[in-house]
Design a protein around this ligand. Structure first.
Ligand code: ZN
Length: 455
């Protein structure tokens, strides 16, 4: 039993009491203080985890892996290496690749690339409309039935602004327990916008991006979701008003979930005064009042999850004039630290809440089997060990992602991922990449669908 057997000794489970975890053949076989003496542990590789926190592997609902077609920005291999180092064991790969992931063929290609890489589970997100053009529904059913078993659909980057198409998408995904993830941005209200509309944009003379452009779409979509009794997910909520609308919708029993990015939990539009395009992002950085409302919304459950919106870009698209620069920031390798800094070190959340918003709830929203599970005997061994006392300075050139566009460059952040176990296999050890997991042949795998219940 020694092979593929690991004894994690003395980790604080979800920040609680120190216990041992015995992992073998991909499964947590024992949890408790007695595991060390269990005969099954004989010959196990021992990992001393005193002072470390054990958490379920993080699940990102919003990652741009760029492949196929944008391999100059990121590949599935480099992006999922970054994910493993950041503490993730599953990511949802957004559909705005080239070609767009709007057919069963493309989502199966992304899924296969993820399996070949072996660093995390890659769950392709299917496009809602053909070519993200907003005119015609994509083949949602075929993507759901494909080997990729798509459950999340999004035109992310672009809003599904036609209310009839949005309604039809919400109706369609009910057949396979899917969810429509909306990039809420009224396009007419944001034409030419360069940053948040407010005091700073007025001073800088840059075209502003009003909060109402996001809030009006969210208000419309929660009502549409209620009308057709379907499931809506709101990507990267960025304003205080959006939090209020989602709180109202949840109080009415509407089936809506929402995400916030780490950068919107920490940064404000004041940074745009530097004209450094690393701070250019969609939705834009907002005000401190918005940041405080987003933190409160995440802490009280109005916002369900943290999603990175990891958006790597080649340097030439970011190291240029503000107006010409691409929108987006990297995030996979800094997410844990930023959430620790903004939510845990501020006293707003504990590590158990951290597990809820970074792993448990994201796995439920994406219907990802075997992820976001309790760290208990019999459960799949997708887990991470975190050193909460670590401090490090962000250097984009030392990251696994190809993107150098981290808005946290030069910042000192708390918390470090020491180890990541993916399907019982250590993809990260001592804070460094170890080796990928090797999936069994396709037909031996279990499907992703239907194994998780909940909203
Ligand atoms: Zn988006």
């Amino acid at each position: 039993m020694a092979e593929n057997t690991y004894l994690i000794r003395g980790a604080a489970i979800l920040g609680g009491a120190a216990e041992d975890l015995l992992i073998s053949a991909g499964v947590i076989v024992e949890r408790g203080t007695g595991a060390a003496t269990h005969s099954a542990a004989a010959g196990a590789t021992v990992i001393e985890a005193a002072g470390l926190v054990a958490l379920p592997g993080m699940v990102d609902v919003h990652t741009h892996l760029r492949e196929p077609g944008r391999e100059d920005a990121e590949t599935v291999e480099t992006g999922t290496r970054a994910a493993a180092l950041g503490g993730f064991t599953a990511v949802h790969a957004m559909a705005n690749s080239n070609p767009v992931a709007d057919t069963a063929g493309v989502v199966e290609q992304v899924h296969s690339l993820g399996r070949a890489a072996g660093w995390v589970d890659v769950r392709p997100v299917g496009a809602v409309t053909v070519g993200l053009a907003g005119e015609q529904l994509a083949e949602l059913g075929a993507m759901a039935d494909s080997r990729a078993q798509v459950r999340m659909f999004s035109d992310d980057g672009i809003c599904v602004h036609d209310p009839v198409l949005m309604r039809r998408a919400l109706e369609y995904v009910k057949a396979f327990d899917g969810v429509v993830a909306q990039h809420a941005q009224e396009p007419r209200l944001t034409a030419g916008a360069q940053m948040n509309e407010g005091a700073v944009s007025a001073v800088l003379g840059l075209a502003g991006w009003p909060a109402v452009a996001e809030e009006s779409i969210i208000a419309r979509d929660v009502l549409l979701a209620q009308h057709v009794d379907s499931r809506l997910h709101v990507c990267h909520v960025s304003t205080a008003g959006s939090v209020e609308i989602i709180r109202w919708a949840k109080a009415r029993g509407i089936n809506v979930t929402a995400e916030v990015t780490p950068h919107h939990l920490l940064l404000t539009d004041d940074l745009v005064r530097s004209y450094d395009p690393v701070y250019k992002v969609n939705p834009p950085l907002r005000t401190d009042a918005d940041v405080q409302a987003l933190r409160a919304g995440l802490a009280d459950g109005t916002i369900d999850v943290v999603g990175t919106d990891h958006a790597p870009h080649p340097s030439e698209h970011k190291e240029c004039e503000w107006a010409q620069a691409a929108m987006g920031m990297t995030g996979l390798e800094t997410a844990l630290s930023v959430v620790q800094a903004t939510m845990i070190e501020t006293g707003l959340m504990g590590w158990d809440d951290f597990a809820r918003v970074t792993s448990i709830a994201p796995a439920v929203i994406g219907r990802v089997a075997d992820q976001g599970r309790p760290l208990e005997a019999g459960e799949p061994a997708n887990l991470i060990l975190v050193d909460p006392a670590a401090r490090w300075t962000v250097d984009p050139h030392k990251m696994a992602t190809m993107g150098r566009n981290s808005p946290f460059k030069g910042k000192e952040l708390p918390g470090a991922v020491v180890a990541t176990f993916f399907r019982g296999h250590p993809t990260v050890l001592d804070g460094k990449l170890n080796a990928p997991y090797r999936y069994p042949a396709y037909q031996e795998t279990t499907g992703a669908a239907g194994a998780v219940s909940g909203n």
